[in-house]
Design a protein around this ligand. Structure first.
Ligand code: RP5
Length: 164
């Protein structure tokens, strides 16, 4: 199975990024995690992205806050799918990172999830791998079915409490 690369702009992003790692572990998807910054360590961020395909990665998750150019800078150096997580790490509540991550120029796509949306970033990465992996696709189906069951149970509890 291909690996997922997880890159965060700072170790201060770890509390958000750890949720993506939890989800990848839950599905048994291998990953590597690194702290590379588009601004503070651009050489390392570029080297990782340029070599990611030949190093066995199938998609890259990039999490950054503030003027968050990390996902875009990574996407500039690879044609692997790049998923950006805008991190809420500033006085602007993550809106700065959201706009910096999502507003990519034509030709260099970044699939941007919600502010701090690490779980969805991991699920999207898994869905990308699952295009060619039936076993992984079956795990995704089972997870969706389990979530549906939980929500319907909550619905039943609310209906029982409030409906006559
Ligand atoms: C971004 O700046 C990082 O991704 C982080 O979200 C933010 C703050 O970094 P630190 O100053 O906490 O290292 O590059």
């Amino acid at each position: 199975m291909k690996k997922i690369g997880i890159i965060m702009g700072s170790d201060s992003d770890l509390p958000v990024v750890s949720k993506a790692m939890d989800t990848l572990k839950e599905f048994g998807v291998p990953f590597e995690v690194h702290v590379y910054s588009a601004h503070r360590t651009p050489v390392e961020a570029k080297a990782f992205s340029e070599n990611a395909r030949e190093n066995g990665f199938g998609a890259i998750i990039a999490a950054a806050g503030k003027a968050a150019h990390l996902a875009g800078a990574i996407a500039a150096n690879t044609t692997l799918p790049v998923i950006g997580i805008p991190v809420k790490s500033s006085t602007l509540d993550g809106l700065d990172a959201l706009l910096s991550t999502v507003q990519m120029p034509g030709g260099i796509p970044v699939a941007t999830v919600a502010i701090d949306g690490a779980q969805n970033a991991a699920l999207l990465a898994i869905q990308i791998l699952a295009v060619e992996d039936k076993e992984l696709a079956a795990k995704l189906d089972a997870s969706r079915a389990e979530n549906t069951k939980k929500v319907l149970e909550k619905n039943a509890a609310i209906e029982a409490q409030y409906n006559n």
